[in-house]
Design a protein around this ligand. Structure first.
Ligand code: SAM
Length: 288
């Protein structure tokens, strides 16, 4: 089967199967070999690796993964793509395609069955309509992961990598950085895809922390606080936390905890580092 990174071959396959792009599945297929190489490099794929690909499309990136990895499992939601994938991946015996919504698949069971529970890499050109739910789902399931390398909307990549005090810094930055170290490996213009998306894209590598960067006694509380602080970005941290229906603390209690960790009671959530959010969560849960 011809290499799909070449747009001519992609068009040929699309015509052969009379494929109709589904907007609702966020289908923008890669047609640029440099970008494909870049993804493989950023993920540092070697013949030792077991790779989970989310949304293989017609199999463009999958072909590259099969060439470089030991084993690949690709999960695709669109049933129209399944026969196409059998065709475009026919020459590889190290790939399994699963027809399923990745958010509904028991990924821990899959890793257990296919890779004896050992850590895997995740690689994807993600459907932009569910980028954040997919990434958070991978983290929150506590899958054994080495790294996640994904194509996302450029502004989402910027938010994941942002530091305190910048306009892009928010709940997503903190959630991602709690689990992993982000690194933007490439910016990718719309003409590298078919059809072209309306936004710029970026390849981001998230390497999982081997040790948690902060110690918290109540992880759930930490994330509730982060969400509450950025829901009302222009409010002070005290008011943001006090107004949240998820949090039970009185204004006085919050104010005291903020002072206890050495911050001003007028501070805004956007100024706090992950470490400071963790200290505050610990101060609040200690007194409960
Ligand atoms: N990997 C291909 C490429 O780079 O050319 C396709 C990428 S395209 C941006 C996203 C792919 O994810 C599509 O094939 C789409 O059908 C699939 N997809 C969308 N939602 C999905 C879901 N919930 N679970 C699994 N696959 C999904």
């Amino acid at each position: 089967m011809a290499e799909l990174g070449n747009p001519k071959n992609t068009i040929e396959i699309l015509n052969k199967y009379k494929f109709v792009f589904q907007k609702k599945f966020g289908q923008n297929f890669l047609i640029d070999t440099h970008v494909l190489d870049k993804i493989i490099q950023a993920a540092d794929i070697t013949k030792d690796d077991f790779v989970l690909e989310i949304g293989p499309g017609i199999g463009t990136l999958t072909q590259y993964l099969c060439e470089h990895a030991r084993e690949v499992v690709a999960v695709e939601i669109d049933k129209m793509l399944i026969p196409i994938l059998s065709d475009t991946l026919s020459k590889y015996n190290n790939v399994t395609v699963i027809h399923q919504d990745v958010l509904k698949l028991d990924l821990n069971a899959l890793v257990q069955e296919k890779n004896q529970g050992k850590p895997i890499k995740v690689v994807a050109n993600l459907p932009y309509y569910i980028t954040t739910p997919i990434i958070m789902d991978l983290f929150e399931r506590h899958l054994p992961l080495i790294n996640i390398t994904v194509m996302v909307q450029k502004e989402v990549a910027d938010r994941m990598q942002a530091v305190p005090g910048t306009k892009d810094y928010g709940a997503l930055s903190l959630a991602v950085q709690y689990y992993a170290k982000p690194y933007i490996a490439a910016n990718v213009p719309p003409n590298c895809f078919m059809p072209r998306p309306n936004v710029g894209s970026a390849v981001i590598n998230l390497t999982l922390h081997t040790q948690a960067p902060v110690q918290v006694s109540d992880e759930k509380l930490l994330f509730q606080m982060i969400r509450a602080s950025f829901n009302q970005r222009r409010k002070t941290l005290v008011n943001g936390l006090n107004n949240s229906s998820e949090l039970p603390f009185s204004k006085e209690r919050i104010s005291n905890a903020i002072k206890e960790i050495g911050l001003s009671e007028n501070v805004r959530g956007e100024a706090l580092t992950l470490e400071q959010f963790a200290q505050l969560a610990n101060a609040l849960s200690d007194h409960s």
